[in-house]
Design a protein around this ligand. Sequence first.
Ligand code: FMN
Length: 187
Amino acid sequence: MKVSLGPRAVAIPMPAFLVASYDQDSKPNVMTVAWGGIVNSEPPYIGVSIRHHRWTYEGIEKHQAFTVNIPKTSQAQETDYVGIFSGKTHDKLAKAGLTAVKSDLVEAPYLQECPLVLECKVDKYLDLGTHRLYVGLILDVKVNENALTDGKIDIRKVDPLIFGPNQDYYQIGDFVAKAFSVGKSLK
Ligand SMILES: Cc1cc2nc3c(=O)[nH]c(=O)nc-3n(C[C@H](O)[C@H](O)[C@H](O)COP(=O)(O)O)c2cc1C
């Protein structure tokens, strides 16, 4: 039997993205985003939903760009910190020990300490209510060399921080099966 929990914004898993941008004074800022994910293949689009009163919102509006940085599980404290305090009043990068690096292709910084980074240019947006959904065109994906196995992104080496349904952080579990493959046996 299922228990109804009513309407609420929940899915499993959710990301703990670190969305970095330059603020209105072109100072690097970063915030945590759980409402986000890949939304198209060609062109490659990622969506991130940001409340209208965030400092990050102002920065993205001005520069029309952001980076999505995937933190490691060892960065839970930093990820939570930048998701609690605002860049309007706090120098979050300095406090969290995060290094802003100038992106190659967009007017937004990426974070040196994160193993996987997406450089994104705002292509579209949609006001949904509390949040503005930014659809970012992914212009480049950067990954730490030591997070690759045979030239491919290795999820275990990235060791991404995952956001859970009860305001908690998790680590990925075990390999289960190959996608676009295991299902074929039911044909
Ligand atoms: C785990 C977690 C997930 C969050 N997800 C979002 C989100 O998807 N969208 C959003 O607008 N705020 C989200 N927040 C809140 C912002 O990260 C937070 O308000 C932050 O301080 C905004 O920073 P800024 O004012 O410097 O932009 C989240 C916070 C945490 C801790």
